[in-house]
Design a protein around this ligand. Sequence first.
Ligand SMILES: [Zn+2]
Length: 378
Amino acid sequence: MTDQTTRTGYLWNTLYGWVDTGSGGLAPSSVAAGLQPISHHVAHPDTKRRLHELVVASGLIEHLHELSASPASRADVLRVHDAAHVDRIIAEGAQPKGGDAGDGVSPFGQGGDAIAFLAAGGAIEATRAVVSGEVDRAYALINPPGHHAERALGRGFCIFNNTAVAAAYALEELGLERVAIVDWDVHHGNGAQDIFWESPQVLNISLHQNRCFPSDSGFRDENGGGEGAGRSVNIPLPPGGGNAVYEYALEQVVIPALEAFEPQLILVPCGFDAAIMDPLARMMVRADGFRRLTRLITDAAERICDGRIVFLQEGGYSPYYVPCCGLGVIEELAGVTTGIADAYEPIVGAMGGDELLAHEREAVDAAGALLPGITAAR
Ligand SMILES: [Zn+2]
């Protein structure tokens, strides 16, 4: 272990590991469609529980300030969601077989609504702890994820938009005026874009594989509207990119955008599905890449907003590799090294992604053209 230089909050709840995603693989099992039931849905909670258990088994937990989640209130969730959506989720959660977040491929079990409120509440608690100064930064390992949930519709395994709930809480209850979201889940952060489209108080940046999910959003010309014009920044990346393109995107677009917007808090919807072993996307970031991204964004937070940054768990579907990527990120946040290395490095280390290719540079530079719009919108 190295010396700990920061006080890092960490939040997990046993019920996050009880999210019931059903017996389908990605779509619901179906005789007619030839989809046999399977015990591990692609978004099975074991993947996230394995990360939590590695945080414990590695001893990293001893260097973290454990935070405890309470369910978000109905009023907390209604800041960013329509009452009809919230009521439907609660009603379906009372059904013997549960319900669906909204798109028909995002099942949840009986009582799943309560776990969704608990995930949103975990996001609030981590945010409260950082803004109050109780901790310097925090990692909320929450589940179900949230970043695809729009104001009126859950989708993509997401019921409530945990990050948006936390951002709205920070603005309305903690007195902040500007919050930035840096979403590096491999899929588009469509939920916050929908919810904060016209908000001048939220800068929503999403790095994602182009047209991965949702396939019809996340394009560079979606920039926000009304008073929020210029404050949605999409950086769609060509498939196949790895450590190099993500690092370049942070340096060239994300961090300059943050410097222009001057947020008082940075929220990072943190998925590990841009990882090289993920089954739901085709990017090639390795564990050392996620570490590097974490260092870059936390250094930026130190310069821009007194270090106030909260990581909120989103996707990540490799039960093998997510724990490895997540441990690195949380170690980096805590300034602690457990000595547990990326065991897959000998396998994935030579596969590529360390060299910035011309078409990747082009994609990032094109998004860089959006930067003046952020400054001008202030
Ligand atoms: Zn994702």
